[in-house]
Write a protein that binds this ligand. Structure first.
Ligand SMILES: C[S@@+](CC[C@H](N)C(=O)[O-])C[C@H]1O[C@@H](n2cnc3c(N)ncnc32)[C@H](O)[C@@H]1O
Length: 354
């Protein structure tokens, strides 16, 4: 299933197709112009002046040259961000979204700070199965141990992106977990502890343990000690290398936006390790944004287009899941699928398995 999205390609006329191809060929230019218009506050100025401004007036108010306004606004007109009427420039709905829509802002920052430079090496990354783009930030095998030492803007936009999509699901996910009668939960890939802290605030009686790489556990500990939450513990582990023998005491294993960090063989290996080490009655809840379970095409587009980040920047081999592919892995490992719940926050689904 793909909810009937992305069905236009075969219907385009030759001329429409050439226009689409040209938009793609110039996409990096339009992207950078849109971002510059946002960050140079030109969009904001036009939002404050909805009756339109001449080029001279806009140059004056933005303290930029006439040349700058002409270059930026002409690309913006060609891509529907601005429009022109009787020698005045106006902001369009697209421009308003670029300036003010939270999701668009976060996606744009993530693509500019985290992905833009490194995506130049996508082809090499595909061929070598390595995140060759990551070298723009240093000599790392994957982005995960690098996260806590990336440049501030890169780190901030990575965490904002990650948190925006998973955080929006946390309230509903926590409500969902309420009905499962949980006493002890292991949050694998718990990152900076955001989910654990939300859960802890809501249910102080549940024992929560965050498992992650040592670098992330350090950040999580700092956050959690500052909040003085006492029902959260920590386990440093690399799920690829460690045995996971100490997980038998948990009645629930939680993984949110975690398994998408790995390739199929690794996912099978991790799930198999969990299956053989967990208490036999323990349930596993997996929260992921499956692109074929989204309820609108925009969400599906955003989820799909996160995948090349994994290839060029994160690890060289993982991607956002198509549910039907993921289900095959669960069935191969003989997991019982207890239920799948969609529409968790912006784009997540929870699969509960045993
Ligand atoms: C995309 S983040 C998800 C964070 C969080 N669960 C959420 O929903 O926002 C993936 C997390 O998995 C952790 N991770 C990646 N590889 C790992 C490994 N081999 N062992 C343990 N944790 C790992 C990363 O450090 C990171 O915190």
């Amino acid at each position: 299933m793909n909810n009937g999205f992305f069905k236009n390609a075969e219907k385009l006329t030759r001329l429409e197709a050439l226009y689409e191809a040209s938009k793609i060929a110039f996409a990096p230019i339009v992207f950078q112009v849109a971002r510059a218009l946002r960050d140079l506050k030109i969009l904001e100025i036009l939002i404050e002046n909805r009756d339109g401004l001449t080029i001279e007036e806009l140059a004056n108010k933005s303290e930029l040259s006439i040349y700058a306004i002409k270059v930026l606004s002409e690309t913006a007109i060609s891509s529907n961000i601005l429009y022109e009427k009787e020698n005045k420039l106006y902001i369009s709905k697209v421009g308003i979204f670029i300036n003010s829509d939270e999701m668009t802002k976060i996606n744009m920052n993530y693509n500019h700070y985290v992905n833009y430079l490194g995506l130049y090496n996508l082809e090499e990354s595909i061929k070598n199965k390595k995140p060759e783009g990551l070298k723009v930030f240093g000599d790392w095998e994957t982005i995960y141990p690098a996260l806590s030492s990336l440049p501030k803007k890169v780190q901030d936009s990575w965490f904002e992106f990650d948190h925006f999509y998973s955080d929006s699901g946390f309230p509903t996910a926590i409500e969902y977990l309420k009905n499962l009668n949980i006493k002890t939960i292991l949050d694998i890939g718990g990152n900076t502890g955001k989910f654990a802290m939300e859960l802890s605030k809501k249910y102080p009686k549940i024992d929560i343990t965050i498992m992650d790489l040592p670098q992330q556990i350090k950040l999580a500990k700092k956050n959690i000690y500052e909040k003085n939450l006492t029902n959260i513990s920590f386990l440093e582990a690399n799920v690829l290398l460690d045995t996971l023998k100490d997980i038998a005491s948990f009645d629930t294993i939680w993984m949110s936006q975690f398994l998408d960090c790995f390739e199929d063989e690794q996912i099978e290996m991790i799930l198999q390790k969990i299956k053989s080490s967990k208490n036999k009655d323990a349930q596993i809840c997996i929260m992921e944004p499956f692109w074929d379970r989204q309820n609108n095409e925009i969400a599906s587009f955003c989820v799909i287009n996160t995948s090349p980040y994994f290839t060029a920047m994160a690890n060289g081999y993982s991607k956002m899941f198509r549910y039907s592919d993921f289900e095959k892995i669960l069935k191969k490992l003989n997991f019982e699928i207890l239920e799948v719940v969609d529409n968790i926050g912006l784009c997540q689904s929870i699969i509960r398995i045993k």
